[in-house]
Design a protein around this ligand. Structure first.
Ligand code: PLP
Length: 400
């Protein structure tokens, strides 16, 4: 389909009216594991669903078009997508990764490095001196996660790409937090974009999936070869649902980020809030870079409440936000990263990354902004101070 079309049109029309079997308008779900040959000498377009599947192909083509990539591979999860890119390095090669990346990514990279699959350096990529020092070690692969999970640190993609170009490193950007609707790392020179499609791209919290999108066809083919070889490709039904979710990605994110900004502005003005982490705020250290490389600020933010606030009690009192891991769905979620999404990282590594035990992460969904804001303020008003909570707990314990 023409790359001149707007992305909303690409998302809405991917695979529509492509069925030449029965003229189905909506792309059909092909569950078959295998495909018949008309003749033993004529290999069909698809022969075995691990290697290729028409339903998955619609999603791969749509995601590649939206990210400005030449080739896409849909995987069984975001972790499978990240792991797939690690096939691009050899033992002895250095991989650079953000020190405050998603906990599962931190765990995967650390475990593989311990096994000797590659050498690993975690670096604060928002610190220019640290970045320069890290690239002086001539890495072969640099992983970017911007904005980062959970502190929403913004890395200058073009700066990392420039350093990588000087040493011949492959750049891989995890674009899960924004999706192609709000950021296209390939436009800034990245070689590969990775997604947990579980999040905004599917957006309905009913599929775990991932994707790898490559700027160059040859690199994309190499990744597709590894995906088939290791068997990490996504299932047809998951692809079908994810394509259905993708249709509404653009309007969903637009609405979700407007709501997030409204809540963030209300919270930032409250004395019981110590720090707000949201790149849309002008005082966020990455705000200017975000303006340059993002088409919006997204619907994720994190908060450090003042010392006197009992954050666990605050979470317990929320009625519209649901306490859960994951993010990017239609439903608003809240979590304490240190105990949940980033529990796989050691307390020492969390401290280095700046992820405190009191940090609370919010993912804003499609509910009414007024209901979400009221939910947080009511919980904040009723959570009271740590002292009052102790009294409440004692009262509850004695049944008063
Ligand atoms: N990358 C980021 C930034 C994430 O937040 C997550 C999951 O939360 C992943 C990757 C892993 O994705 P999945 O859970 O689909 O394997």
């Amino acid at each position: 389909m023409s790359s001149l079309l707007h992305p909303e049109t690409l998302a809405a029309s991917a695979g529509v009216a492509a069925d030449d079997g029965f003229n189905a308008v909506s792309p059909p779900l092909h569950l078959s594991a295998n495909y018949f040959w008309l003749d033993p000498t004529e290999k069909p377009q698809y022969d075995y669903a691990r290697s290729g599947n028409p339903t998955r192909a619609h999603l791969e083509e749509a995601l590649a078009a939206l990210e400005g990539a030449e080739k896409g591979v849909v995987t069984a999860s975001g972790m499978a997508a990240l792991d797939l890119t690690l096939n691009l390095v050899n033992p002895g090669d250095l991989v650079l990764a953000p020190h405050d990346c998603y906990g599962g990514t931190h765990r995967l990279l650390s475990a593989r490095a311990r096994r000797g699959h590659f050498n690993l350096a975690f670096v604060n990529q928002t610190d220019p001196a640290a970045l320069a020092a890290a690239f002086a070690r001539k890495p072969k692969l640099a992983l970017i996660e911007t904005p980062s999970n959970p502190l929403l640190r913004v890395t200058d993609i073009a700066a990392v790409v420039k350093y990588a170009g000087e040493v011949g490193a492959v750049t891989v950007a995890d674009n899960t937090f924004l999706s192609p609707a709000l950021q296209r790392p390939i436009d800034f020179g990245c070689d590969v974009v990775v997604h947990s499609t579980t999040k905004f791209i599917n957006g309905h919290s009913d599929v775990v999936g991932g994707a790898v999108l490559a700027k160059d066809k040859a690199l994309g083919e190499a990744l597709a070869w590894w995906a088939n070889c290791t068997g990490v490709t996504g299932a047809p039904f998951d692809s079908f649902l994810t394509l259905r979710g993708l249709r509404t990605l653009y309007p969903r994110l637009q609405r979700q980020q407007e709501t997030a900004l409204e809540i963030v502005e209300a919270l930032a003005a409250d004395g019981r809030v110590a720090r707000v982490f949201y790149p849309g705020l002008q005082n966020h250290p990455g705000h200017e870079i975000a303006v340059r490389q993002q088409a919006g600020f997204g619907s994720m933010f994190s908060i450090e409440f003042a010392q006197e606030i009992d954050v666990l009690e605050l979470l317990r009192r929320l009625r519209v936000f649901t306490i859960a891991e994951s993010l990017g769905g239609f439903e608003s979620l809240v979590c304490v990263p240190a105990a949940m999404t980033h529990a796989a990282i050691t307390p020492e590594a969390r401290a280095i990354a700046g992820i405190s035990d009191r940090l609370v992460r919010f993912s804003v969904g499609l509910e009414h902004a007024g209901d979400l804001t009221a939910d947080i303020f009511e919980a904040l008003n009723n959570a009271g101070s740590v002292g009052e909570q102790t009294v409440t707990r004692v009262r509850q314990a004695v049944g008063a």
